[in-house]
Design a protein around this ligand. Structure first.
Ligand code: ASP
Length: 420
């Protein structure tokens, strides 16, 4: 990355884009009076359009990249045994860290006590425990696409992953008959990776426009009144990111956590700016490759993580449960806490990696312990900023798991990681 000494590295440029966007957005919000020029032409015109153009460029890459990189990865992997081993390990890691994340969130929020004294009333409504069983059979059935083309067209990640795995494995087993197809898959994968690198060059500019717009239109007044809730969410996110993941990386991979954070910073910045794990998949795989993680592993575990592993989202949901219970003066029992850990882990699997979806799946968690779903309205106003922060944690969780699993099957190049 840092070939030319005098030049700024790409990750620094992205970070500078973020900081400039923050400053510019806050200045625009606080010091420039509202006007047609500011609101309609600048913020909702130029900044919105350029930011969205960039997000769309990223989204454009996701489906073809995921499909071809998984197919190519499985083709190179060639055997179902290794694939099964990776699959089981990564799923266990993802589930375990999600449950731990909610536990941290519930503990910290219980200490901080966000929402206490808000005295929201339930009125006359009674909240019967609403139907909480998420049909297991439907969830399982939905893994298999009845029409793979539809799965690709609608971007159904799990279905795409399953179909791509089969395509890759069969190309490997029928190698002598599918030479051309095998080459096409590899070349398409190279093409999509090349396109990702190209789009990544635009990242500093994209990040600047996205962040400026967000911070120029944020409701700062709402933030003040929600400080304890935000503090509990951000505090738990920090514990998960800086303590849990870093410890796991040190224990299982034995690498320097500061180096990890430094090298991983572009993905975090990008996730923070877009609030979308899905849109970040291409940049994520590319960055992990620079960090020594074999694409054979990351092309499989990263899109999977962007779909089912949302530790940051689970943290927000854990804190929101405590906040809403406090605000409405409802006591939660120990068994309610267990229920929340379970449902929020499942909700994390069901949360798509796009902005705000965590708020929607929160309703499922609230219902599971009979809390009023209306409570979501209170936290909605300030959710954007938390969405950005939790997406960053969601992504770091995917990366930590990927690195640990890659290391366990000899697909992590420590020397490359340590290289400047
Ligand atoms: N925005 C989050 C993500 O993409 C999901 C959420 O919590 O809303 O990872």
């Amino acid at each position: 990355m840092e070939k030319n000494k005098g030049k700024m590295s790409q990750s620094k440029k992205i970070f500078v884009g973020l900081i400039l966007g923050l400053i510019f957005g806050i200045v625009l919000h606080s010091f420039v009076p509202d006007s047609h020029l500011k609101n309609d032409i600048l913020i909702d015109g130029i900044f919105y359009t350029i930011g969205q153009l960039f997000i769309r460029l990223m989204q454009m890459l996701v489906v073809p990249l995921v499909f071809f990189s998984i197919a190519d990865g499985c083709r190179n992997l060639g055997d179902t045994e290794t694939l099964g081993k990776i699959g089981i390990r990564i799923v266990i890691f993802y589930m375990f860290t999600t449950a731990l994340a909610i536990f941290i969130a519930l503990s910290l929020a219980s200490v901080i006590g966000p929402g206490k004294g808000m005295n929201m009333s339930l009125g006359d409504q009674s909240f019967e425990s609403v139907d909480t069983d998420i049909s297991l059979s439907d969830t399982i059935l939905d893994f298999i696409p009845t029409n793979p083309i539809e799965a690709l067209a609608t971007g159904n990640m799990i279905q795409i992953i399953i179909f791509a795995v089969l395509v890759g494995l069969l190309i490997a087993t029928m190698e002598d008959r599918l030479i051309t197809l095998g080459n096409i898959v590899t070349e398409m994968n190279d093409l999509m990776m090349g396109m990702t690198m190209w789009v990544m060059k635009l990242a500093p500019i994209g990040v600047f426009f996205l962040i400026t717009r967000t911070f120029s239109s944020l409701g700062y007044d709402a933030i003040i009144s929600m400080l304890s809730y935000m503090g509990a969410v951000l505090g738990s996110l920090a514990v998960q990111l800086l303590i849990v993941y870093m410890l796991l990386i040190v224990i299982f991979v034995r690498v320097n956590p500061f180096k990890f954070l430094k090298k991983f910073a572009p993905v975090m910045t990008f996730g923070f700016s877009t609030a979308s794990s899905s849109a970040t998949v291409p940049i994520h795989i590319q960055t992990l490759d620079d960090m020594g993680v074999d694409k054979k592993i990351s092309s499989f575990t990263i899109p999977l993580g962007a779909t089912i592993n949302m530790d940051g989202t689970a943290i927000m949901q854990g804190v929101a449960v405590i906040f809403i219970a406090n605000a409405y003066g409802i006591d939660l029992t120990a068994s309610d806490f267990m229920t929340v850990i379970l449902t929020a882990t499942i909700a994390s699997v069901g949360t798509a990696g796009i902005p705000s979806v965590g708020l929607i799946t929160l309703s499922m968690v609230l219902e599971s312990v009979g809390l009023p779903v209306e409570g979501i309205a209170i936290i909605m106003g300030i959710d954007r900023i938390l969405d950005m922060a939790r997406t960053t944690v969601n992504l770091t969780g995917d990366a930590a798991g990927t690195m640990i699993v890659a290391n366990s099957v000899g697909a992590f190049n420590k020397e490359k990681f340590n290289r400047e």
